[in-house]
Design a protein around this ligand. Structure first.
Ligand code: GLY
Length: 427
């Protein structure tokens, strides 16, 4: 191994993990990057190993064997299962929250309790396990009303219901029909909050925070926010309705108090802390916290991040984040997700050959992040619902959006679809 350079393991297989690999690969602190299990795009930067993201035992054995000095867990599941505790027990360095701290995403009830302790504005809610009590409560509330699975549901556990009957149906689907398995056996019924959504993500070291720029995700599958909720169909950064003073206010009155409250409750928070916000002029409420980087926010954010991410992640682990600042590209970014027809509700065709990628030259201003892709007969083929994240930098959001959509014209596979409105018609 080259002197003072380290081996890094990334856990995950989506666009977020490709964006992490892309960013980590820019660091001169890196000897070799591994990814478990990765995808066809990540395989161009890292050595991919076929270990499932939830197989913590096999992942930690691999990290010991390959002398991995930094592991980065992308998705929420291994974090909620306690991958950080298991790695630390073996003396391995890993970036992310402990099992207890990951409850901020894995239990919406836990998150609400922390928010109450830290005095964070959040829509009013009640928790239920019994459908009759849930129904009585729904009947007394205004519509629209929001039904949320308490546990992890791959970003799909939220139903915004415009009638009491739809809310009851959503509650029944979760509590009785097992729509999200154990994750939906407890639900939150939450007041609907009007406003513009935004994602606010910060590096945390247990005490200090280092916030990235604000970004905006687009959850519904189709244009004009129609259709079922997905993991995210596109993102951009920065966000016009989060100006400098509001950005500082969010950092100071939301992110920092939460990190302090987590520390006080014995669950010190390290890793990426992601607040899903609803913004109404100068008023901000937290809809949810996630215990990880967002996807596709990662693609839109990391193409703008000029700082070396490796020492920052190490500082999070060591509790030494206070010395760091972030160097961010002044240009704006847009990521447009190309997905396979059927996503998110129906099985998608896997193995369809993707053409046109060879016509695109990646640059500092344009990168194609892979999500569900695989190598097949020397070609790149589809391997999941979200497939590619076409990500561009531009002088402003509209310009970056134009570049991303112009690039998409070259890329084809049977049954591809994407939203046409990411970064367009901005208010
Ligand atoms: N893009 C939403 C999420 O990562 O949860």
């Amino acid at each position: 191994m080259t002197k003072n350079k380290i081996n890094i393991l990334i856990i995950g297989q989506g666009g977020r993990e490709h964006a992490l690999a892309f960013k980590i690969a820019q660091s001169d602190k890196v000897n070799k990057i591994y990814c478990a299990p990765g995808n066809a795009g990540i395989a161009e930067i890292a050595e991919c190993v076929n270990i499932n993201t939830n197989n913590i035992e096999a992942l930690s054995d691999f990290a010991m064997q390959k002398n991995i000095q930094l592991t980065v867990a992308g998705p929420e599941d291994p974090l909620a299962l306690g991958i950080v505790n298991a790695f630390e027990k073996k003396g391995l360095k890993i970036f992310g929250p402990s099992k207890k701290a990951a409850q901020i995403e894995a239990s919406k009830t836990f998150a609400k309790k922390i928010m109450t302790k830290a005095n964070i504005p959040t829509p009013k809610s009640e928790t239920f396990t019994d459908i009759n009590k849930a129904n009585q409560y729904i009947k007394k509330q205004k519509t629209p009303i929001v039904i949320k699975a308490d546990g992890l549901a791959a970003g799909k556990g939220v139903a915004i219901c415009d009638t009491a009957q739809k809310a009851l149906n959503a509650a029944k689907a979760m509590l009785i029909k097992n729509q999200f398995g154990k994750s939906g056996k407890k639900i939150l019924i939450e007041e609907y909050a009007e406003g513009n959504e935004a994602s606010f993500i910060a590096f945390c070291d247990g005490t200090n925070i280092l916030p990235l720029p604000a970004s905006k995700d687009h959850k519904p599958a189709f244009d004009n926010n129609k259709g079922p909720n997905t993991g995210g169909m596109g993102a951009y950064s920065p966000v016009s309705y989060i100006n400098g003073s509001l950005y500082k206010k969010i950092a100071k009155t939301i992110m920092l108090p939460v990190v302090q409250a987590m520390k006080k409750s014995g669950a010190a928070y390290k890793g990426f802390l992601y607040a899903g916000l609803i913004v109404n002029d100068n008023n901000v409420k937290v809809l949810e916290f996630n215990c990880r980087m967002g996807d596709p926010e990662a693609q839109a954010l990391f193409i703008r991040l000029k700082s070396d991410i490796v020492p920052i992640m190490q500082a999070c682990i060591e509790g030494k984040l206070q010395k760091f600042t972030l160097d961010i590209h002044k240009k704006a970014s847009v990521c447009v997700i190309m997905a396979s027809s059927g996503y998110p509700n129906k099985p998608v065709e896997k193995g369809a050959q993707i053409t046109g990628l060879d016509k695109i030259t990646p640059s500092d201003n344009l990168f194609i992040f892979h999500s569900g892709t695989q190598k097949k007969n020397n070609n790149i083929a589809t391997n999941g619902g979200r497939v590619l994240g076409i990500t561009a930098l531009g002088n402003n959001i509209e310009n970056a959006s134009e570049k991303a959509y112009k690039t998409i014209e070259n890329i084809h596979w049977k049954e591809a679809f994407y939203r046409k409105d990411i970064g367009k018609n901005l208010a």
